[in-house]
Design a binder for this molecule. Structure first.
Ligand code: CA
Length: 236
């Protein structure tokens, strides 16, 4: 297993207690931080408030099956990697699971080594996708300038402004993903670094400030866009 700067955080959803505990124990031995759940509705609640790097999701659950849980998570624009576990082994189930937004599928009984390898791979793959373009210490757009290292910018009127550490971090994150929507979840995780988030209103206030600094008309932003229910996007 490769060394992790930060422990990846996993959510294991399994109603069968012995299997749930065995998974938790073995994943913790691999260095992961593991949270467990035994039913679908509580998972849906948890992913709204907490960041996970991967969800291991049993399909046969009481109340709400795993495929419905996955579907619900995706409808909320959450793209956390999901690996299904299923006792069923029909090709149709596998296809349905993957169609509904699952990233991988493992049939019970499974080989523990294989599960651990797949978990590691899924997390590495997701990290690679999310690794942004490198941006230099200073960045120019539309006559403005941002100096990330000095925590300063030159605004649309040519005035120089100080940036707080978090403002600089958020600007850097958005600029690194120029043209792409960055989810609220990702922003809170990278800029605030909490596993449990502060209110998302916090980000809105930062975006309002950026519009004041960098937009000619802050009501019709050309650079700092809110994408309703998803996140934010910067365009140069
Ligand atoms: Ca089950």
């Amino acid at each position: 297993m490769n060394t992790k700067e930060k422990k990846a955080s996993l959510l294991v959803v399994e109603d069968e207690e012995s299997l749930r505990e065995a998974l938790k124990l073995n994943l913790e031995l691999e260095g992961y931080e593991v949270t467990t759940a035994d039913n679908g509705p509580s998972v849906i609640k948890m992913v709204k408030n907490e960041h996970f790097d991967l969800i291991i999701l049993d399909i046969m659950l009481p109340d709400m099956d795993g495929i419905t849980v996955c579907e619900t998570i995706r409808v909320q624009h959450n793209d956390v990697p999901i690996m299904f576990l299923s006792a069923r082994n029909s090709g149709a189930d596998r296809v349905e699971g993957l169609k509904k937004g699952g990233d991988d599928y493992l049939t019970k009984p499974f080989n523990l080594e294989e599960l651990l390898l797949r978990v590691d791979k899924l997390i590495a793959k997701d990290k690679k996708i999310k690794t942004p373009q490198a941006v230099a210490d200073t960045y120019e757009f539309d006559g403005c300038n941002v100096d990330f290292a000095a925590h300063e910018c030159r605004d649309i009127k040519g005035h120089s402004q100080e940036l707080s550490k978090k403002e600089a971090a958020l600007l850097k994150l958005l600029i690194e993903h120029e043209g792409q929507v960055v989810s609220r979840e990702h922003i809170l995780q990278v800029v605030w670094g909490y596993n449990v988030y502060p209110t998302t209103r916090t980000i809105d206030n930062f975006i309002l400030n950026f519009r004041k600094y960098f937009e000619k008309d802050s009501r019709n932003p050309r650079h700092f866009h809110s994408v309703r229910g998803i996140g934010y996007k910067f365009t140069a």
